[in-house]
Design a protein around this ligand. Structure first.
Ligand code: FAD
Length: 542
């Protein structure tokens, strides 16, 4: 296998251009990533192209939860609750370092959207449908117990609460670990390659795409038997490249999250709370910060860079101050944040929060297969649906059966632990210690890179990056050699999440990171300055 380094781009490009694939997936978010891994594990020769960095669309801008699907209960989508619950257990088994069980407190308030009886029954049904483990089932709490757990809540309104579990993830890393696993199994994935046009034969069937390398500007064809459109919020644009599939399928709603220092809202666990407009919002402590979200509003602006507006920030700040009466946070406390677009399958006339999060697959006369909607949590089932269609087509064509989905049993790239997660972590902490890393630093690396932590730590034995502490130096070198980063924000946003949860460190080390990358890729001076500017742009919020 060629190492997953940007210095090997040309080789990857040549493969894409000169080989013929069974399957070409357009879109490197979690949906496309899941399809790549599913197809590859069923023995197909599969390739994926992504016009930006992997996960740069919605798959790095979610609430970062592998849900049990509680919100679907409110909409009575019972089958979805059950499926999502099963899927959550599978994701946890295959990537335990990226799916961390988190206690979630649901406070019940006077005039809130859920009463005590409703909460008891709803969460009982949720535990049952989602197959929740015994030790993670709901616990009903009295008002006193809730306030003991979360003294910042408004005492005058709290009437009780429920404690249940959600699983916290890093959406971009999860996407990336799926892609890496597919690549380790022989698949090909390349970021910064855009599908510009469909290539159609005389019979009107799509047989490939004309692609553009977004870094070099070069254009080249890619040929494949089956083409999949997994472009999330761009699904309609990509469909429009095919003359037979022009009707708009999706609608965008924008969801914003803001990040503040944990000291500003020192909650002791995650809280899922009612806001006055009848919606519900999460506040989640993470790495010394608390992130709060989300909003849900119709959106029709720039898909690539949805903006966080002052109104979005104020909405979330008000929501927090309303529920946590002692909090008094201000817009000025916001350190960072992100805005993502939900690619929702159209349901005319419904309010944003009422539109189903279900996925749907569309097949066109040209042979193009499009998948729209869905959630991070359900990515594996979405992939199964798509590859099952391909399975049927292959069988009809030549009688060959590629077999059923295998991915429930496939550990993801960083999910291969030799013993238990805890034992492996203890070993790495010891090794990290001997190399000069603190326990906390090794832990952070471990929950990012999982069983690949060994490879990250190995860089501590090589010459370091000038002006960077060891912790950043080894992660940067690893990401350059093994995680196909091409821009500074690939590293700061989607490989390490630092731009969201460690913004002080980004400010401190951005010059050193860009200087090292500039020397590594031999960037001209003006490009180096552009890189710094683009990190600075991402640092500005509200
Ligand atoms: P994307 O991640 O957007 O990927 C599509 C990719 O296609 C993009 O990277 C884009 O650059 C690429 N692309 C587009 N056009 C082309 C082209 N022509 N050529 C090549 N590439 C192209 N789900 C959960 O399970 N848990 C949550 O907590 C959760 N929270 C959410 C919170 C918010 C605010 C939002 C918006 C969504 C949330 N979701 C959550 C849903 C989940 O994040 C999305 O369903 C999922 O990330 C969509 O992934 P995708 O791969 O379909 O789309």
């Amino acid at each position: 296998m060629i190492s997953f380094s940007n210095t090997n781009r040309r080789k990857f490009r040549e493969h894409l251009e000169h080989e013929r694939y069974d399957l070409l997936i357009i879109g490197g978010g979690i949906t496309g990533a899941g399809i790549l891994l599913d197809a590859q594990t069923r023995g197909l020769k599969a390739a994926l192209i992504e016009m930006q960095d992997f996960a740069q669309g919605t798959s790095s801008r979610s609430t970062k939860l592998i849900h049990g699907g509680l919100r679907y209960l409110k909409q009575l989508e019972l089958a979805l609750v059950a499926e999502v619950g099963r899927e959550r257990a599978i994701v946890h088994k295959n990537a335990p370092h990226l799916t961390i069980a988190e206690k979630m407190l649901l406070p019940l308030t006077k005039n809130g959207s859920i009463g005590k009886l409703g909460a008891w029954f709803g969460l009982w049904l949720y535990d049952y449908l989602a197959g929740v483990k015994k030790e993670e089932r709901r616990i009903m709490l009295s008002a006193d117990e809730v306030l003991k757990r979360e003294p910042l809540l408004d005492k005058s309104k709290t009437i009780g609460g429920v404690l249940y579990y959600e699983y916290r993830t890093d959406d971009a890393r999860l996407t990336f670990e799926i892609i890496k696993e597919a690549v380790e199994r022989g698949g090909l994935a390349l970021n910064y390659v855009k599908a510009e046009k469909m290539v159609v034969n005389q019979a009107g069937k799509v047989t490939g795409v004309q692609a553009q390398d977004m870094l070099s500007g070069e254009s080249f064809p890619i040929h494949a038997e089956y083409i999949i459109n997994a472009t999330g919020p761009w699904v309609d644009e990509t469909d429009a490249l095919d003359q037979t599939s022009r009707k708009s399928k999706i609608i965008h709603t924008k969801g914003v999250h803001i990040v503040i220092d944990h000291k500003k809202l020192p909650i002791r666990q995650s809280v899922y709370f009612d806001v006055p407009d009848g919606r519900m919002v999460f506040a989640i402590p993470r790495e010394g910060k608390t992130y709060i979200g989300t909003t849900d509003t119709f959106y029709s602006g720039d898909i690539k860079n949805p903006e966080i507006t002052g109104e979005d920030c104020q909405y979330l700040v008000n929501a927090v101050n309303e529920v946590f009466s002692d909090a008094a946070i201000q817009v000025g406390d916001i350190e960072s944040g992100w805005a993502g677009l939900r690619p929702l399958v159209r349901e005319e006339g419904k309010a944003p929060s009422a539109i189903s999060r279900k996925d749907e697959v569309f097949e066109y006369e040209s042979g193009l297969i499009t998948i729209a909607g869905g959630k991070l949590t359900g990515y594996r089932k979405m992939a199964e649906k798509v590859v099952d269609i391909v399975r049927k087509r292959i069988k009809a064509r030549n009688g060959k059966d590629i077999g059923p989905c295998q991915t429930a049993m496939v550990k993801l790239a960083g999910g291969k632990f030799s013993s238990s997660l805890e034992k492996d972590l203890a070993g790495y902490v010891k090794e990290g210690n001997s190399l000069g890393l603190s326990e906390n630093e090794t832990e952070r690396i471990f929950y990012r890179f999982g069983s690949n932590t060994k490879k990250v730590l190995d860089f501590a034995r090589k010459p370091p990056v000038n002006d960077l502490p060891l912790y950043w130096s080894i992660q940067l070198q690893y990401c350059l050699e093994e995680e196909l980063i091409a821009n500074a924000d690939d590293f700061f946003v989607r490989r390490t999440g630092a731009l969201y949860f460690d913004i002080g460190q980004v400010k401190k080390h951005k010059e050193a990171v860009v200087a090292y990358m500039a020397a590594y890729f031999q960037w001209p001076e003006n490009f180096k300055l552009e890189q710094l500017k683009s990190v600075d742009t991402l640092l500005v919020h509200c």
